[in-house]
Write a protein that binds this ligand. Structure first.
Ligand code: MLT
Length: 409
């Protein structure tokens, strides 16, 4: 008899976005004529930019000739891409991150899920609530969660994010080892100022903790004083890993390319207090379980880190941010309390009193044929909230807001 990994029994039956997709599929089967507008999962709709397409085409041609053909990519990514990222994302902004601190991968989802493998099973993990469910589920699968009770896990330290604190977590009152943070935040769209983020870096330095900082939405930051990278904060290189992605920045959700920053000074210890550089451990893990990102994709990705590429990407981001504003204003005019939507592609709002998250999700689907994401799926504190994504083409966003305006709530 083969026994199950018991940790899987602690998980919700379906991954949040799989559950949403199942419900939408059922609705579509019952209403084949419905024109559904998808503002649920944050999946981009606008095509890859001209520079990226051109480089992808060039790379395809290179693969057709023996002299330029490429086989297995390097586990950590090609030097040309790591150097371009180091220059454009960091050095130009006065941040000293070198190419050998950058690790290319297929997604921030996979990297944030897998990174916990490098840490002891006994590490105390602090997780915001609400939160991108991947951080929770991956630690549950690994066996770090303890038992499930009242929609929470006994061994996690929850960082409460509620209206009362503007959805900005406070420092944990007990000592933790690993801290997940995501800013601009998924799902609430909230951001931290440099001063607010510095408190976390200081906490991690004082408590020998490591921050796993998900910056997948950094490109949406447009306001002064809001950091795009945790390394803008003094001392962060000693305590933080940063996850970045081209998915929401340059339309790579389907093309798949992301990168994780592991500063050289970041180390973990064994029980005898021997030091292990985290970057070396990650490479050890990646080279065993992952064979790199395709040459063609990395060439396309490198086009993002050029003057022209940056201009194109900025245009894309402006487009989605304009969508976010249209949705934000519509929800606010309905008289609902709304967050996010500025420096972020996500709009987070409170549902009318007679609903909870999932019943309002059903209501939006039935009344407006709009797919949303129920806040409860992101954690207990998300109950009573809905997330809408601003990723969509403008016609769909305008159509969605017209439908929303007609609601009688
Ligand atoms: C989301 O909708 O939260 C994201 O698209 C999910 C992801 O990036 O995996």
């Amino acid at each position: 008899m083969v026994y199950i990994n018991e940790n899987f029994k602690l998980l919700k039956r379906n991954y949040l976005f799989a559950e949403v997709a199942n419900r939408v599929k059922k609705y579509k089967e019952a209403h084949p004529e419905a024109r559904i507008i998808r503002l649920g999962i944050g999946d981009v709709t606008e095509p890859l930019t001209d520079s990226v397409i051109k480089e992808l085409e060039n790379a395809v041609k290179e693969m057709s000739k023996r002299e330029t053909f490429q086989g297995y990519p390097p586990y950590e990514g090609y030097e040309f891409l790591r150097k371009a990222i180091s220059d454009f994302d960091f050095k130009r902004r006065g941040i000293d991150i070198s190419p050998n601190e950058i690790y290319i991968s297929t997604g921030a989802k996979e990297d944030t899920a897998n990174f916990q493998e490098l840490f002891s099973i006994d590490c105390k993990v602090a997780i915001p609530d609400p939160v991108y469910p991947v951080y929770v589920d991956s630690n549950v699968m690994a066996g770090r969660s303890g038992v499930a009770k009242d929609k929470r896990y006994s061994k996690f330290v929850y960082l409460e994010c509620k209206e009362e604190n503007n959805f900005k977590p406070e420092l944990p009152s007990e000592k933790v080892d690993i801290i997940y943070l995501c800013f601009p935040n998924n799902p609430t769209g909230q951001v931290l100022t440099k001063v607010e983020l510095k408190k976390w870096v200081d906490y991690a330095i004082e408590n020998n903790a490591i921050i796993l900082y998900d910056a997948a939405y950094e490109a949406y930051v447009r306001e002064e004083g809001i950091p795009k990278s945790i390394y803008e904060i003094e001392g962060a290189k000693k305590v933080a890993v940063e996850f970045r992605s081209l998915s929401k920045t340059a339309g790579f959700t389907g093309t798949r390319c992301a990168y994780t920053i592991i500063p050289q000074e970041l180390v973990v210890y064994d029980k005898e207090k021997n030091k292990y550089p985290l970057g070396e451990l990650w490479l050890r893990r990646q080279s065993t379980k992952f064979n790199g990102v395709a040459y063609i994709i990395q060439k396309g990705a490198a086009a993002v880190f050029t003057e022209k590429g940056q201009q194109e990407v900025n245009k894309l981001i402006s487009y989605y941010l304009e969508n976010a504003k249209i949705i934000y204003d519509t929800i606010r005019n309905l008289g609902l309390k709304v967050y996010g939507g500025v420096n972020s592609p996500y709009i987070w709002f409170k549902v009318p009193e007679k609903f909870d998250s999932w019943s309002f999700f059903d209501y939006l689907l039935n009344e407006c044929q709009i797919v949303s994401t129920p806040g409860e799926g992101f954690g207990q504190n998300g109950e009573g909230f809905i997330r809408l994504s601003a990723f969509g083409n403008r016609e769909d966003i305008l159509e969605a807001t017209e439908r929303l305006k007609k609601l009688n709530i």
